[in-house]
Design a protein. Structure first.
Length: 124
C-alpha cells in the first residue's frame, strides 16, 4: 500500500539548520534504501506560492504569502507500507526528526487495481 503524508507546520521563514538537514538526510536515505520512502520534498516559503481555486465555475488565483494561515504545507512524502499502522509509525519517526511543531495528514493512495475490486464488489 502507498500513503501520502502531507506535513503542515508554522511558516519558519528560515532554512533548516545543518543539524536538522543531517538528521533528515539520514532518515530519507534509510527510507529510500528500505524501499519505504518512494518520494519526498520540502516546500519553499508560501511567499513564493499561489492558491488556485474554482468555485461556481470561476477560477481565482491568490499569491502568497498566506499570512492568514496558522500552518502551511511544509512538505510531503510518498510512503510504501504494509498497513496504515506501519505508515503511522513512519510518520511519527519523521515528526521526531523534523523537531518542530507540526502535524502530518496521512492518506492512503488510490491504486489502479482497487478500481477493479470496487467494480466487482458493486456488481455482486
Amino acid at each position: 500500500m502507498r500513503f501520502l503524508s502531507i506535513y503542515n507546520t508554522a511558516e519558519r521563514g528560515v532554512p533548516p539548520s545543518q543539524e536538522e538537514m543531517t538528521k533528515m538526510g539520514k532518515l530519507i536515505e534509510d527510507g529510500m534504501k528500505a524501499g519505504t520512502l518512494l518520494a519526498t520534498e520540502g516546500c519553499l516559503p508560501s511567499a513564493l506560492g499561489a492558491r488556485v481555486r474554482i468555485s461556481g465555475g470561476k477560477l481565482t488565483v491568490a499569491g502568497g504569502p498566506f499570512t492568514e494561515a496558522k500552518e502551511v504545507v511544509g512538505g510531503f512524502a510518498l510512503l510504501r507500507a504494509n498497513s496504515k499502522e506501519e505508515a503511522i509509525e513512519m510518520v511519527k519517526n519523521f515528526l521526531q526528526a523534523a523537531g518542530n511543531d507540526g502535524e502530518c495528514e496521512l492518506r492512503q493512495v488510490y491504486e489502479a487495481d482497487q478500481n477493479t475490486h470496487t467494480q466487482r464488489a458493486a456488481k455482486s
